[in-house]
Design a protein around this ligand. Structure first.
Ligand code: AMP
Length: 540
């Protein structure tokens, strides 16, 4: 027997409409590229989103079109999120830190029709001009008075697109499974892969997040996403915060400890979300000033493992740390580690142990760990296995990439995360290793295999490996280990300059080590496990 309830599609535009009606005074505060601080409310923003939607329609944008953004966290980027998806197009956020090669691939793979770009990133686009999709229309995210000189032709000014448009828009009915957002993530080999979020997955993710991390997500609270809007939708905050009625404080490009401290202090930020590297910077500043930013009570840390010292440093100062784990392919939230009330009074040592784990699954995400043959392993907190997940907010396949998609699902259709983990009997997940050959530096991926392929093209190299070594600031940094050909003496500088012509500067290994022979596994692969052990202390 079927239930007899209405079926209304879940739709992203409803989130901002709801916020404008129920939390009209909820604020969006942004540090602008123009240099000042901009303030607006959800009610006013809903009006500008409507104007932008009209502007996009007048520019000929149709359902399913991909519209790229290359921008910091700010109110205009937020408006794009809603207006683009609201008219049925796809908001494609691009990470400005990617190499020129990766970025060119992404633009062309997505076949973007328009690009909205911050003035800061305009030079990137100018450099790539001949490599971008033909007919790509570029809009600069600023007002007429601040329009920069550019060598690009036919560039539009963002505020001109909105100017004179109606502040009401009748949002079209969109099927809830239609695409709304697109975000590429680096693969272990080859090209980046696109996760294509739907209206349904995005709205469900917002609901799941509000339920799973309720402490900061409350009306009246002020939340600062340091995590960028170009990285998995800033962990969904542009959707969950308006839904909950929390205000958003956008830091623009000022992500160093001092700038963040000043902004948090003056804006009375209650909760801030970001990767560990950012929090190390903030903690240095807190130490220097001998106090917390006024009002700071809560930190959400994810993207890489939160260390004990990071958790302890904040918690002894009275700031709650919520350690979270997730992936671009999961929208991203998978687990969070706010302790349940039953564990509120556990001894400090046990609390620290628990908090270092990645926590328990959020509603809507199922997790299992399996052995190499795909057999389920017990959740005993001791047995590590491959972590597989499924749920309504988990990818069902990469955008236009059947080859990559075929590799990431097990026989039962669960998504293989590439993380190795244990799960204990209380459901706490602990990431213990990574099976994917990637390095995560300051929250951004570096592909070992991509670097290795480039180095192998050098005539003096017999074999090589790039591994992650721990780093106090960036969590991990790449180290290149080279086995030279007999009678050859490749030079460190030559190898780094070869790499430098292909990848972004921050992706370059910090050091190059030459060895007579690389350790091999039984199956004839370089044993990275051995190398990681051997070079754990190598810091470049
Ligand atoms: P991304 O798709 O760039 O967000 O990266 C997702 C990956 O980052 C995961 O598969 C993990 O390898 C890693 N990661 C994310 N959060 C954590 C965490 N809290 N602890 C350890 N690794 C993490």
């Amino acid at each position: 027997m079927k239930g007899m309830m209405m079926h209304r599609p879940l739709n992203i535009a409803d989130l901002i409409t709801f916020a404008a009606e129920n939390h009209p005074q909820g604020e969006i505060v942004s540090v602008r590229t123009e240099g000042d601080i901009h303030r607006t409310t959800y009610a006013q923003t809903a009006g500008r989103i409507a104007q932008l939607a009209h502007g996009l329609k007048h520019l000929g944008i149709a359902r399913g079109d991909r519209i790229a953004t290359l921008a910091w966290n700010g109110y205009r980027h937020f408006e794009l999120y809603y207006a683009i998806s609201g008219i049925g197009a796809v908001c494609h956020t691009i990470n400005p830190r990617l190499s020129a090669e990766q970025m060119t691939y992404i633009f062309n793979h997505a076949k973007d029709r328009m690009l909205f770009v911050d003035t800061t990133f305009l030079p990137i686009v100018e450099n790539l001009r001949d490599l971008l999709p033909t007919g790509l229309k570029v809009v600069v995210l600023t007002e007429r008075a601040h329009m920069p000189d550019t060598t690009l032709e036919g560039v539009l000014c963002y505020e001109d697109v909105l100017d004179g448009e109606d502040t009401l828009f009748s949002w079209p009915e969109i099927a809830e499974d239609d695409a709304a957002g697109l975000c590429y993530t680096s693969g272990t080999t080859g090209n980046p892969k696109g996760t294509l979020y739907s209206h349904r997955s995005t709205v469900l993710h917002a609901l799941y997040t509000c339920v799973s991390i309720p402490r900061p997500l409350k009306a009246g609270n002020r939340i600062l996403p340091v995590v960028p809007l170009f990285h998995v939708n800033a962990w969904g905050l542009p959707y969950s915060a308006p839904l909950a009625g929390a205000s958003l404080i956008f830091p623009g490009g000022g992500l160093d400890g001092k700038s963040l401290f000043d902004l948090m202090d003056s804006e009375k930020v209650y909760s801030a979300w970001g990767v560990p590297t950012v929090w190390h910077g903030l903690l240095n500043e807190i130490g220097r000033r001998g106090r917390l930013p006024d009002g700071l009570k809560d930190i959400v840390v994810g993207g890489s493992a939160a260390t004990r010292s990071l958790i302890e440093d904040f918690e002894t100062r009275g700031v709650n740390v919520c350690h979270a784990w997730g992936m671009t392919e999961m929208s991203p939230l998978g687990t969070q580690c706010n302790l349940p009330s039953a564990l509120a009074d556990i001894p400090v040592e046990e609390r620290m142990q628990r908090k270092q784990s990645q926590g328990r699954r959020v509603f809507g995400v199922e997790m299992k760990i399996v052995d190499d043959a795909g057999r389920r392993l017990s959740h005993d907190g001791r047995t590590p296995g491959h972590l597989h997940v499924r749920g309504n907010t988990v990818t069902a396949g990469y955008y236009e990439d059947p080859e990559a998609s075929a590799k990431v699902f097990d026989d039962d259709g669960w998504f293989c995360t590439g993380d190795i983990a244990t799960i204990d009997s209380d459901g706490f997940l602990r990431i213990t290793d990574r099976s994917k050959d990637l390095i995560k530096s300051g929250g951004e991926w570096i592909s070992s295999l991509d670097l290795e392929n480039i180095v192998m093209s050098h005539e003096g190299v017999a074999n090589c490996a790039v591994i992650a070594v721990p780093d106090p600031k960036w969590e991990e940094r790449p180290l290149l280990i080279v086995q030279p050909r007999e009678d050859a003496q490749p030079q460190k500088e030559d190898l780094l300059s070869l790499l430098g012509s292909h990848v972004a500067k921050w992706q370059l290994p910090d050091d190059v080590v030459f060895v007579e022979e690389l350790p091999m596994t039984a199956t004839g692969k370089v044993s990275k496990l051995n190398l990681r052990k051997q070079f754990r202390e190598n810091r470049g």
